[in-house]
Design a binder for this molecule. Sequence first.
Ligand SMILES: *[C@@H]1O[C@H](CO)[C@@H](O)[C@H](O)[C@H]1NC(C)=O
Ligand SMILES: *[C@@H]1O[C@H](CO)[C@@H](O)[C@H](O)[C@H]1NC(C)=O
Ligand SMILES: *[C@@H]1O[C@H](CO)[C@@H](O)[C@H](O)[C@H]1NC(C)=O
Ligand SMILES: *[C@@H]1O[C@H](CO)[C@@H](O)[C@H](O)[C@H]1NC(C)=O
Length: 330
Amino acid sequence: MSGHKPPASFFPTTALDHAFAGIGAGVVAVLCMHPLDLLKVKFQVATEKPKGGLGGQIWNSLKEVKTNEGWRGLYRGVGPNIAGNASSWGLYFLFYNMLKTHASGNDPSFNMSAGSYLLYSAEASAVTAIMTNPIWVVKVRMFTTRADNPQAYRSLWDGLSSIYRTEGISGWYRGTSLALFGVSNGALQFMTYEKMKQWGFERKRKQFQKAGREWRPEDDKLSNTSYTVMSGASKLLALSLTYPYQVVRSRIQNNATTHLYPDIPTCIKRTFRDERFGGFYRGLGTNLVRVLPGTCVTFVVYENLAWLLRTAAAKREQKRLLASEDASGS
Ligand SMILES: *[C@@H]1O[C@H](CO)[C@@H](O)[C@H](O)[C@H]1NC(C)=O
Ligand SMILES: *[C@@H]1O[C@H](CO)[C@@H](O)[C@H](O)[C@H]1NC(C)=O
Ligand SMILES: *[C@@H]1O[C@H](CO)[C@@H](O)[C@H](O)[C@H]1NC(C)=O
Ligand SMILES: *[C@@H]1O[C@H](CO)[C@@H](O)[C@H](O)[C@H]1NC(C)=O
């Protein structure tokens, strides 16, 4: 099978190809989701009762912002989000694929175990969370400070340098331990997603074998629908497994309920006694509506870009082979 030779890469290494696809996915996802994030804040502060269904409301508000403020209005404050999400996805896929390539000896048909996916994904996202933490610190402060405050950061760069001047390096790494908790969610999602993809490709190869079709480099992808369903389902699973932890954490951190939930065991016991399992999943639905579209867009764009680079590299390789055969043949 041709799968045993290392795949061609567009950039010098496959990990760089994936980093590029990750950056592209981060940028597109933010461009798609940013106006909706903006609306969420607008709806939350609105005092009038909205008219019409949810779809109509969203559409009308988007149109209103656009007529009043133009495209710029829909994309206010998008800079730090693009910088943060694009560098996060880029770095994540870079490290993740470096680890995977190292473990599989760059053999694309290598069957990686679920445990390995979990481990490599956790390592890659921990390193990424630490490296991108300064950007998120600036973003949070930019979003929570009004523009007329003289101390408001004017840009990402202004924020980074001003934090460095006033608080030193440690200012950049505020809240890193909290960011690291997100690692388990991402790792579970990737493990599930990769296993579903493995299964999808196996099925496709079997279909090709049955039909006697040749597997070409450009066949090395699944449908957009498959990627959407797989990324959505894996996110759903990962979130369901880690959600109880988030509920317990916010109940313990909430000042108003300290008398009810003084510590973790009491919080778990009391929640189960009063609300059964449903208590550990309060608000999961809203959370899913918020994160699923962004997740699916990110994965579909990432897979398509990675495939584009893979096929471009394979075509280039083929051309080079033909040219060298011509040269040695004549
Ligand atoms: C960007 O990153 C932040 C923090 O990780 C996340 O909350 C947000 O959903 C991301 N946005 C998109 C569109 O992926
Ligand atoms: C991976 O698993 C598939 C099916 O389970 C098998 O056909 C294939 O030969 C395996 N590849 C390697 C490198 O072991
Ligand atoms: C997935 O969507 C992209 C962008 O619309 C498109 O270019 C690509 O051909 C689609 N892929 C498949 C397998 O349909
Ligand atoms: C939380 O409660 C404590 C004691 O009741 C109080 O001193 C503290 O200021 C409160 N913190 C917040 C953020 O409300």
